[in-house]
Design a binder for this molecule. Structure first.
Ligand code: GDP
Ligand code: MG
Length: 246
């Protein structure tokens, strides 16, 4: 099994689920975690769940936070929440146009703190204009935040008010993937979309791990180089010992 930074529960991949109240955030979260559909989910407060799963031979520890819809305006734009997240699912309902507007607004706020690669350049230039440090936008830890913009309840086609999203399931260059699903009727679809998001996070992290490994090899050398260095150092000590005892 290949190692990732998410292989231990100490450092889980954090996915946040955001969207207006009633769009189906809790239904989607529970569907993904348990494969069951709960038609009524009493809890409207923020809830976090932890789970370890295997995906493409990798073990991934997840923390999923179902952010309360009431706090979309505040928490959706919360710097603290966004800086902790590795990925976000931004949910709207295909039966409610206002939920699309809220999701788009939240996406705009997200991109302020966690720019995509394309908007880092913009953030750098506007940062200069505002007299901020451009390093803020390019600091090592500021990785792109992949966002799944998800139109839920597409089983309710007869009361749809939002235009159907063309099914392409491709990531845009700004790390956004737009798609539709039904937490009620399509367990496979929900699982596949969440898995797609998790894979995107792993893909973003992969080059960092590779360069991290190279860096530590560069400092210490490969295991065989390290053995040779230690042997050479130890032989110097034993020579010095011999000289001292003569
Ligand atoms: P939240 O406030 O965003 O967490 O929304 P909930 O998960 O509590 O869902 C709100 C309502 O929408 C509940 O009555 C759910 O049963 C219903 N719901 C959630 N997902 C779907 C779906 O895919 N299709 C249909 N028809 N109803 C759904
Ligand atoms: Mg809920």
């Amino acid at each position: 099994m290949r190692g990732t930074s998410f292989e231990t529960a100490k450092n889980p991949m954090h996915i946040i689920i955001l969207g207006q109240e009633g769009v189906g955030k809790s239904a989607l979260t529970v569907r993904f975690l348990t494969r069951r559909f709960l038609s009524e989910f009493a809890e409207s407060e923020e809830m976090s769940y932890e789970r370890t799963m295997t995906l493409d031979d990798r073990q991934v520890s997840l923390r999923i936070t179902d952010v309360s819809g009431k706090s979309l305006q505040t928490r959706g734009a919360s710097r603290e929440l966004l800086m902790q997240a590795d990925a976000a699912v931004l949910v709207y309902s295909v039966t409610d146009q206002s939920s699309v507007t809220a999701a788009r607004h939240a996406l705009g706020c997200m991109r302020k703190y966690r720019p995509s690669v394309t908007s880092v350049t913009h953030a750098q230039t506007s940062g200069h204009r505002r007299g901020q440090s451009s390093g803020q936008a390019t600091s090592g830890m500021l990785l792109p935040l992949p966002v799944l913009l998800l139109g839920n309840k597409n089983d309710l086609d007869h009361v749809r008010t939002v235009q159907r999203h063309k099914e392409k399931q491709e990531w845009c260059s700004d790390y956004t993937l737009t798609s539709e699903c039904s937490a009620r009727d399509d367990a496979e679809g929900v699982t596949s979309l969440f898995n797609n998001l998790i894979k995107k996070v792993l893909e973003i992290r992969e080059p960092l791990h590779r360069s991290g490994r190279k860096l530590s090899q560069g400092v210490l050398g490969s295991p065989s180089q390290l053995r040779t260095t230690i042997k050479r150092r130890l032989s110097m000590f034993s020579r010095a010992d011999r000289v001292a005892t003569l």
